[in-house]
Design a protein around this ligand. Sequence first.
Ligand SMILES: Cc1ncc(COP(=O)(O)O)c(C=O)c1O
Length: 449
Amino acid sequence: MLRQHREQTSGSPQRGSVADAWARENPRSGALSARARGLLPGGVTHDVRLAEPFPLAVARAAGSRKWDLDGHELVCYVMGHGSLLAGHSHPEVVAAVREQAERSFHPGACHELESDWAQAVIRLVPSAERVRFTSSGTEASLLALRLARAVTGRGRIVKLGGHFHGWHDQAALGADPPFDTPDTAGLPRESSVTVIPADAADLAEALRAGEVAAFILEPSGAAWATVPLPEGFLASARRLADETGTLLIYDEVVSGFRWAPGGVQEVTGILPDLTVLGKILAGGMPGGAVCGPAAVMDHLGAIRDDPRRVTHPGTHNAHPLSAAAGVATLGLAASGEAQQQAAGLAAALRAELTSVFGRCGVEGRAYGESSVFHLLFGAEPPERRDPAALKAGLPRPLSAALHCGMLLEGVHLFHGSGFLSTAHTESDLERTAAALAATLPRLAAEGLV
Ligand SMILES: Cc1ncc(COP(=O)(O)O)c(C=O)c1O
C-alpha cells in the first residue's frame, strides 16, 4: 500500500507527456526538489507550491520576468502571490529597502517609517482611521477577529464557504471545497466559526440571534473573484451587520491597493468596520495590517488595567524593511494610475486568451476583474457554475499539464490564474497568448481537454 502511494506521488510523469517534457528541460529544479524533500516537508515552504512532477525553482526576477534555475526566462503571473503591483524588484522599492537596511534592521523601538506607513494606509483606505501592523495577512485576520470579539463581547464568527483568511485555526474552515469540513487536520474539536454560502437569506439567519461578533469575507468574492459574489451581497451584508450589531470585516489582503488604491471598499462605496490587509501593503516584504475606526482600534494600545484592552505583541510588527518597501509601494499605488494600467492589461489579456480557446477549438475562457485573470475550461460561464466547483479550480492532471505546458512556452501561471502588474507589457501578453495557443493542442493530444 505504502509502495503504491509512493509510486502515485513520486512525481514521475507519463513518458512523452507535457509534464515529462518540462521535467527533462528542468534538471536543476528537479535536483533541488530532490534535495529539498529531504529537508523541508514536501520539499516546499508553502502548500501552494506542491506541484507535479516537481516544483519550479527560480534564481532571480526583475519586472514582469523571472529566470528559473535552468536558465529559462519566464513571464511571471505569480507576482509574489499578488504582492507585487509594480513588478519584481521595482527600483524605488529596492532603493527604499536598501537605505533602511543600512540604517537599521530592527531598532527595537518606535520608528518613523511605521507612522509613514500607517499614514499612507489611512490616506488610501476609506474606512481606516488607525492601523496596527502584523507580519502577515494570517496574523492580521486573527487580530481582526480578536478585536471584534472584544468590541462586541460576543463569541461567534461567520464566514463564507470558499473564502480564505489565512491558515490560523479559526480561518481553516470552509475555505476549500467541500465547504462543510475542516480544511486541515489538527484543528481544535470545538469551533466558534459558522460557514455559510454567499446568500443574503443565509446571512440574515446566521446573524439573527445577535450572537455573532463578526462577519468576515473577501469583498472581491472568494480567491480574488474566482467565485464572484451575488449582485447586491455587500450592501445586504452591511445592512444586516448594522441591524444585528455585528462587525463587518473585509479581508482585502489581495484586493487592497489592487482593485483601487482604497480596495473594493473604494470601488463599491460600501465600507466595512474593520479591514484586513497584506500583500501589496508591504510591497513584496512580509507584512499585514488591521485598520478601522479609532473607537474599535483603540482597544489595542489601551493601558494595562483597562478591561477593554486587546493585547497584540509581535517581534516583527511593522518591521522597518517591510515598512520601507510598503511606503515606497503605496506611493506608487496612490494615484490609481498603477491599478488602471494593470487592469487595462489584464482585460486585454483575458480577451486575447478567451479568443485563443476559440481558435484552438477548446471550450473555455479567461475571466476575472481588476488586474487578475482565471482560466476556465468547458462551455459554462463562471456565473452558471457551482461555487465549490469554481473554487476547486482545474482537475489535478489538467492543472499540472497546463502549468508545465505554459512553463515550456515561457509563462509561469499561478494555478491557472494570474496577477498583472505595471511592469507587464504588450509583448508579455503576446507571449502568453502564443504560449496558450501552443499548450492547448498538447493538452488535447493527452486527452485532458
Ligand atoms: C484573502 C487572503 N486573506 C489572507 C491571506 C493570508 O495572508 P498571508 O499569506 O500573508 O498570511 C491570504 C493569502 O493568500 C489571502 O489571499
